[in-house]
Design a protein around this ligand. Structure first.
Ligand SMILES: Nc1ncnc2c1ncn2[C@@H]1O[C@H](COP(=O)(O)OP(=O)(O)O)[C@@H](O)[C@H]1O
Ligand SMILES: [Mg+2]
Length: 254
């Protein structure tokens, strides 16, 4: 007999679901979590608070779009959760690992194994083909070329016909798809993307957003993406809004 594990009504929301044998079901831990995260930049004698107490959680397999005006701290949030910048205060947990308790070397290792980055600028190696740009990430990672993963990723991103072209022979949309392939080829748990469609026209933006949606739905790739594109709402599970260094969703306007 199948074990039922349902929450009977709204009054029990927030309680742990209990199965028919009275055993507590395992609650899924967030893959990414920040608690009261602050980031201060020093500009001369002045400290600029880029993040002012951000509480942010992402479940495994979720796709989250982060929106907000320029300068509100979106990139800082992404770089801090990705271990590219250190927190001034508060906690960042990546797959259960507290970044503040780790050495630089441990953080770098964690970032390389668990996180893929995509930026607005594609940053491809100009002298290499698309295939080379993607495959080199597998070699750097240390596991060598994995033809199966390579085929899955390049097919999903519609790159099969472009693999022998160099970046200068590809459109912006194609180059960004190569950059995404490079970012996920080693199966990172989290893909972090900072305005990946910021340099693309509407048509290519839509293609890239649709491919990110497919990566999420078909490969279960967890994605956090910063965007100014209101269309992202239709492609992603959840949209989070930032303003002045905090997440404002659920906070009443004053
Ligand atoms: N390296 C830095 N040094 C000093 N201030 C910075 C630095 N990076 C960002 N800032 C400041 O932090 C704030 C948030 O920046 P950022 O995270 O880039 O915002 P967004 O990505 O939302 O445009 C801004 O006021 C910006 O000027
Ligand atoms: Mg930014």
């Amino acid at each position: 007999m199948a074990i039922a594990a349902t929450i009977p009504s709204a009054q029990f929301q927030g309680l742990r679901p209990v199965d028919a044998q009275g055993l507590t079901k395992k609650i899924v831990e967030p893959i990414l979590k920040t608690e009261n995260l602050w980031k201060l930049y020093r500009a001369g004698k002045v400290e600029v608070p880029a993040l002012r107490g951000v509480n942010f959680s992402v479940a495994p397999g979720e796709s989250v779009a982060v929106m907000g005006p320029s300068g509100c701290g979106k990139s800082t949030l992404l770089y801090t959760i990705g271990g590219l910048a250190s927190a001034s205060r508060g906690t960042v947990l990546v797959d259960g690992n507290d970044l503040a308790t780790m050495s630089d070397a441990e953080r770098t290792k964690l970032r390389r194994s668990k996180i893929g980055f995509v930026f607005q600028r594609f940053n491809l190696l100009p002298t290499m083909t698309a295939k080379g740009n993607i495959a080199i990430a597998q070699y750097i990672h240390g596991d060598g070329f994995d033809p199966h993963r390579f085929d899955v990723v390049t097919k999903l991103l519609g790159l099969e016909g472009r693999l022998n072209h160099k970046p200068s022979e590809m459109s912006g949309g194609e180059q960004q798809r190569v950059a995404i392939a490079r970012a996920i080829i080693n199966e990172p748990k989290i893909l972090l993307a900072d305005e990946p469609t910021g340099n693309l026209d509407t048509k290519n933006s839509d293609i890239v957003l649709e491919m990110l949606r497919q990566l999420n739905k078909e490969l279960g790739q967890t994605i956090v993406m910063i965007t100014h594109n209101p269309e992202a709402v239709t492609y992603f599970d959840r949209v989070v809004h930032m303003r002045d260094g905090v997440i404002v969703d659920g906070i009443p306007a004053d």
